[in-house]
Design a protein around this ligand. Structure first.
Ligand code: 13P
Length: 263
């Protein structure tokens, strides 16, 4: 029997919107989704605000029973203690975060996060009951030297070795050259790498886990190109950066089943 993977559209706000702007944004997003008869059964939506916004957004989601999931953009590999500036997965779980992004290429670059640290953070997320959204992806140079899939597969393997096969996780394939560039991968390119990533999961964690795991594409996703990605069998959603900061655009991305576009 085929496993049904509910598509996930995830908005990574990066370092944008303070907590007051976040409240206004989430209210508008919820109205827009409601106006368009959004159904959470068909597509899951998650927002990933900065740490300082989480409490405000959590309170709003709970008070108004909004059909939105909440995630953080990073976490510490440690549970607590002398780690100034870090945030424990335990704290995120207390704020009803369901998800946490780990190993985003901007953190790998800005904070020199290596695969081993990404693996340790993933383990910490799982330990605290959070679903890690583990980001992998190659630079343009990697792609030209090794082809697109080699580096993402290597990054994924390190993480898969660290966590047990019954852990729940999401993978985000984000080619670094496509992030914020306005030049997304083609749907075929995304599909090709996502298929190899699924095989990698099958080899490490078994076929069942591979079939139930959602693999997202990220990098210059917009309402005009989302449907092309979502038509591919191994792309189960999107991790959206810039376009997640525009209510109408993000709401239109969430409604991808209604607006199939030509590739
Ligand atoms: P853009 O959608 O702005 O290219 O960013 C993608 C991204 O990095 C999401 O994590």
């Amino acid at each position: 029997m085929d496993v049904v993977r509910t598509p996930l559209i995830a908005g990574n706000w990066k370092m944008n919107l303070d907590h007051l702007q976040a409240i206004a944004f989430v209210q508008k997003l919820a109205w827009s989704l409601k106006d368009h008869d959004y159904s959470a059964d068909k597509v899951e939506v998650a927002v990933f605000p900065p740490f300082t916004d989480l409490r405000s957004v959590q309170t709003l989601i709970a008070a108004d029973k909004l059909p939105l999931h909440l995630g953080a953009q990073d976490l510490s590999p440690h549970d607590s203690g002398a780690h100034t500036g870090d945030i424990s997965g335990a704290f995120l779980a207390q704020l009803n975060c369901q998800y946490v992004i780990i190993g985003h290429s901007e953190r790998r670059a800005d904070h020199h996060e290596a695969d081993e640290l990404v693996a340790a953070k993933t383990l910490a997320a799982v330990k605290h009951g959070l679903i890690p959204v583990v980001c992998v992806g190659e630079t343009a140079e990697d792609r030209d030297t090794h082809g697109a899939a080699k580096i993402p597969v290597e990054q994924l393997r390190v993480v898969l070795e660290a966590i047990s096969q019954d852990s729940d996780y999401v993978i985000a394939y984000e080619p670094v050259w496509a992030i914020g560039s306005g030049t997304p991968a083609t749907a075929d390119e995304a599909e090709e790498v996502c298929a190899v990533l699924r095989d990698t999961i099958a080899n490490s964690h078994g076929q069942e886990r591979a079939e139930s795991t959602r693999i997202l594409y990220g990098g210059s996703v917009k309402s005009g190109n989302i449907a092309g990605f979502m038509k591919r069998p191994n792309v189960d959603g999107a991790l959206v950066g810039g376009a997640s900061l525009d209510v109408d655009e993000f709401s239109a991305i969430v409604r991808f089943p209604d607006h199939v576009t030509l590739d």
